[in-house]
Design a protein around this ligand. Structure first.
Ligand code: TMP
Length: 257
């Protein structure tokens, strides 16, 4: 790991130079932060699970015609991705009130929203990711109106598809955050593509019958069983790593004995 050139280190991932020009290796850490780095911790095994979960979701989305930066998973903690020009905007899609939205409008968590809402936040740790409008984004030149049209359309398609996919495994997709970037081909043509990761770090997922939180809110709100929640999401999607499946089966038969 140390021989490769490190391009960028974020709170949950590291990006290294990839094997070919135009590619990067995305390494998933176990580090977790919340409230813009004020709360820090380790969710052991998270990196391995998020690598699998994000691989699975990005692959399904690509099959639906959503362009993504994902190329292939390389090993337990790494995946090969295309190098993009990242748009510094976090795109949040909400289906049910929770988190900062519930707080802003003084609504109890779980209140239905009349329709899915897309919000934008400026990606800046220094400023604490302030909420922004299309006006700020286009005036500051972070994205053009055409980019934003594409982003909005892609975000809503991702929402429709993932809402159904998660419902199929007994999970309600309450809200989630996406990031996008620009990918240029050899002719200099540009496409907006889905970047970053999609995992319980950046989605709120509630069990449909019990409303149990199976996402990073368990860490943010000290609800306990954080690792188990991530593992449960991977298990329901059918992407729990082999070793983990064996371990779980062994634990289950131990409990029965
Ligand atoms: P919020 O309710 O805290 O604004 O979060 C909305 C969604 O976005 C939730 O699924 C968690 C995700 N999220 C991130 O992925 N990164 C962030 O920095 C924040 C604040 C939220």
């Amino acid at each position: 790991m140390s021989r490769r050139r490190r391009i960028y280190e974020g709170k949950a991932k590291v990006l290294f130079e990839g094997p070919e020009p135009g590619t990067l290796v995305q390494y998933f850490k176990d580090d977790a932060t919340a409230f813009n780095n004020q709360k820090k911790g380790i969710i052991s095994g998270k990196g391995v699970l998020n690598n699998r979960i994000s691989e699975y979701l990005m692959t399904r989305l690509a099959e639906m015609g959503i362009p993504t930066h994902f190329v292939k998973r390389l090993n337990m903690r790494e995946q090969l991705v295309y190098e993009l020009e990242i748009i510094p905007v976090e795109v949040v899609v909400r289906n049910i009130a929770a988190g900062s939205f519930a707080k802003r409008f003084n609504m109890p968590d779980g209140t239905p929203i009349p329709r899915s809402i897309v919000e934008y936040y400026y990606k800046s740790d220094e400023l604490g990711d302030p909420m922004v409008t299309e006006e700020h984004i286009t005036a500051f030149g972070w994205a053009t109106p055409q980019d934003l049209d594409d982003i909005m359309a892609l975000a809503l398609r991702v929402n429709d598809y993932m809402t159904g996919l998660f419902l199929g495994v007994g999970l309600r997709l309450v809200d989630f955050k996406l990031e996008f970037g620009r990918l240029y081909n050899d002719n200099g043509e540009m496409r907006i593509v889905l970047a970053d990761e999609i995992s319980p770090d950046n989605c709120r997922l509630w069990d449909v019958t019990t409303n149990e939180r199976l996402d990073k809110d368990r860490f943010r709100q000290d609800l306990g069983d954080v690792e188990e929640a991530y593992r449960e999401v991977a298990r329901r999607l059918g992407v729990l790593p082999e070793g983990e499946v064996r371990e779980m089966k062994a634990k289950r038969s131990e409990a029965k004995a």
